[in-house]
Design a protein around this ligand. Structure first.
Ligand SMILES: *[C@@H]1O[C@H](CO)[C@@H](O)[C@H](O)[C@H]1NC(C)=O
Length: 398
């Protein structure tokens, strides 16, 4: 194991050094990871399998099985659902890929989405439904995945595009993530373009849905990704807003016909009051497994440093961790740690939360860190690997 000598160099107070003390890892954890990449230039993005052995992380398989612009993966049993964002096209693609014993993939079936898919989530009884957030086209698709060999489109919902819409992402609806609420009755889509939390009530049996009232955010916030947290009878929802670089928290109440979001927390993505520089763009947020720790990623800050395996020090964006007060839902900043380089579009925890893997889109690197499940702090580097193209997603095999 290597120590990352990570130093905060800017962005003022509130930034802490990465934990220097050794962190206990272990527990049940997969040493196989899935990665997708966007291409650089004319090439094709890849679906990549990484294998961790000791402190060596290696690319053991790579293919274009999922199309040229893979952007998100959802694993369900031994099937990986991969979306192709299909930049510049008039639709997107969803592929159901069998994970073979040798970790190669066989495409079982596929379907078309309305365009620019960036996130998927399984829903419905028996995990028979898959919902897709189509950022590019501004809509949502649902698929029946009961038979992965024959997935079928249930419904495509495209929000109206104003005639005077420009390239400005906020001119149309931009659902950026598909999230299932803890009861499985509602799908929530942060909509970066419309500044809404869109909510669909699902029929778990038929996989059909009805649109319910959206929660309206301040114009210009750009909600991107979110995470639920439950404690006793309380449900909280946290959303990172890419455009305003805000982290907002809500207490959620349930009614037969929808969800009510009552704001309980709002700060910048570092947990402070000040606005962050305009170039900064918050990206991902997850609740660590079986915990009350939230971690988010922020891009285009380059305010931290990370020492790559060959000893070179490179600028790094942060992974920022907060603890959630289980009673009030209030957040407390815990740590600002280097993500391992520039543009951490995505990261994932392993199943027991003892590790976090980060995809550095601008650096072509994937880094695995130790994580202390008791303190929520990200610690030493376990391993890193360079991958071709721009890694935009990483997750541990289930
Ligand atoms: C070390 O790694 C960095 C980042 O990947 C790279 O830019 C640099 O060329 C490498 N240096 C050497 C000497 O290999």
């Amino acid at each position: 194991m290597r120590t990352s000598h990570s130093v905060a160099v800017a962005l003022g107070a509130g930034i802490q050094l990465a934990a220097a003390a050794p962190v206990c890892g272990g527990g049940s954890t997969s040493d196989t990871l899935w990665v997708t990449t966007y291409p650089i230039g004319e090439g094709s993005g890849e679906l990549i399998t990484l294998k961790l052995e000791g402190s060596t992380l290696e690319n053991v398989a790579q293919s274009e099985t999922c199309g040229p612009y893979p952007s998100w993966l959802t694993q369900a049993d031994d099937v990986l659902y991969c979306v192709n964002e299909a930049w510049g096209g008039d639709h997107g693609d969803l592929a159901a890929l069998q994970i073979n014993d040798d970790l190669s993939f066989t495409k079982l079936s596929g379907g078309e989405t309305i365009g620019g898919p960036v996130s998927t989530v399984v829903y419905g009884n028996g995990g028979r439904g898959l919902a897709v957030a189509d950022y590019g086209a501004g809509g949502i698709d649902t698929f029946n995945i009961e038979d992965p060999k024959a997935i079928t489109l249930i419904k495509s919902l495209k929000y109206p595009i104003p005639e005077d819409a420009t390239e400005n992402p906020q001119d149309i609806a931009r659902p950026h993530e598909a999230i299932l609420d803890p009861t499985g009755d509602f799908l929530v889509f942060p909509d970066l373009g419309a500044d809404l939390l869109r909510v669909l009530k699902v029929d778990k049996e038929t996989l059909e849905y009805t649109e319910t009232e959206s929660h309206v955010l301040t114009r210009g916030t750009g909600p991107r990704h979110g995470a639920f947290f439950t404690s006793g009878d309380s449900t909280f929802f946290y959303v990172v807003c890419e455009l305003a670089n805000l982290l907002q928290g809500f207490s959620v109440t349930y009614a037969e016909d929808g969800l009510t979001f009552t704001q309980i927390y709002s700060a910048n993505t570092h947990g402070e009051a000040d606005a962050l520089p305009e170039a900064v763009a918050a990206a991902e947020i997850f609740l660590a497994p079986n915990s009350n720790f939230l971690t988010l990623s922020s891009r285009y800050e380059n305010a931290l440093e990370y020492t790559v395996a060959n000893g070179t020090v490179v600028p790094s964006d942060p992974l920022i961790t907060f603890s959630i007060d289980a009673t009030s839902g209030e957040l407390t900043h815990v740590q600002t740690a280097p993500a391992g380089g520039a543009n951490p579009r995505h990261f994932s925890f392993n199943s027991d939360g003892s590790r976090v893997a980060s995809a550095l889109q601008a650096d072509g690197r994937v880094v695995i860190f130790e994580r202390d499940t008791a303190t929520g702090k990200i610690g030493n580097v376990v391993a890193e690997v360079d991958v071709a193209g721009m890694p935009n997603f990483v997750s541990f095999k289930q």
